[in-house]
Design a protein around this ligand. Sequence first.
Ligand SMILES: NC(=O)c1ccc[n+]([C@@H]2O[C@H](COP(=O)([O-])OP(=O)(O)OC[C@H]3O[C@@H](n4cnc5c(N)ncnc54)[C@H](OP(=O)(O)O)[C@@H]3O)[C@@H](O)[C@H]2O)c1
Length: 288
Amino acid sequence: MAKVAFLGLGVMGYPMAGHLAAAGHEVTVFNRTAAKAESWVAQHGGASAATPAEAAREAEFIFACVGEDDDVRQMTTGENGAFSSMQKEAVFIDNTTASADVAREIYATATAAGLHFIDAPVSGGQAGAENGKLTVMCGGDEAAYARAEPLMACYGARVTLMGASGAGQLTKMVNQICIAGLVQGLSEALNFGQKADLDMDKVLGVISGGAAQSWQMENRGTTMVRDEFDFGFAVDWMIKDLKICLAEAANNGAELPVTATVAQFYKALSNKGFGRNDTSSLIRLLNS
Ligand SMILES: NC(=O)c1ccc[n+]([C@@H]2O[C@H](COP(=O)([O-])OP(=O)(O)OC[C@H]3O[C@@H](n4cnc5c(N)ncnc54)[C@H](OP(=O)(O)O)[C@@H]3O)[C@@H](O)[C@H]2O)c1
């Protein structure tokens, strides 16, 4: 069993850290809002620390699941960041969805300091984190990955090294581009069905077994027709993710016309005050 630190106990990090503790690892948690760290320790045991550096000091593996690029910098190279106290050869596993550029930047800093850094964004949502069934897409060195993989398997059903540093984040971008267009298509279809006065539970029951089936339809269709969005993957996080995808596309020359349009729709939802609602709330713009 390993000594582990987990930084960031949000919707995703809280249950992910819980799976590491349930597997028998010795977990020290850090969360910016200390109350969450206290309730995590009350539920799972282990310890809490006042800073990322303190949490990381004795850990062989340090996990983070925070918001975006600058948050990852704060957790690693920032003041009281983990890199200021990590032992040589310790592995930092970043489960945040961030840019490939920040992954490569922090990987370079880690390598120069004799540390290891793996970008390891996840897919599978709140339910995947709670059930320990996430997909984990990794970028980094094979040897560090091989050491970290059994720990990531505590919360991941599919854990894969995609390539060099940044490859995990690039793979997650592919995932988010798929989701953006898909959720807009699903929103238009369900809204159309409602306007046509169809029994939408019956519609979903019939078409979810056919070619239109998707994770979004399975897991979000029913709540979308009921106008329920107070859970899941926040609109503001999707805006961040699509911004990263569009910036990367501007560099590699990929065309993302649908993704760019859907990004505008998410911004409109956020401007209306729905930034913390689930991404399936795109349908709101059609039925309001
Ligand atoms: N939710 C999903 O379905 C989902 C799915 C896949 C990937 N993701 C990605 O996973 C990451 C976390 O998502 P989430 O839904 O768990 O978000 P969340 O519930 O908003 O939690 C964010 C966590 O990061 C911490 N944090 C943010 N900025 C920080 C900073 N500057 N310094 C220290 N801590 C900071 C927050 O601390 P406080 O408690 O103090 O605010 C909180 O613990 C994001 O990159 C997101 O895109 C989310």
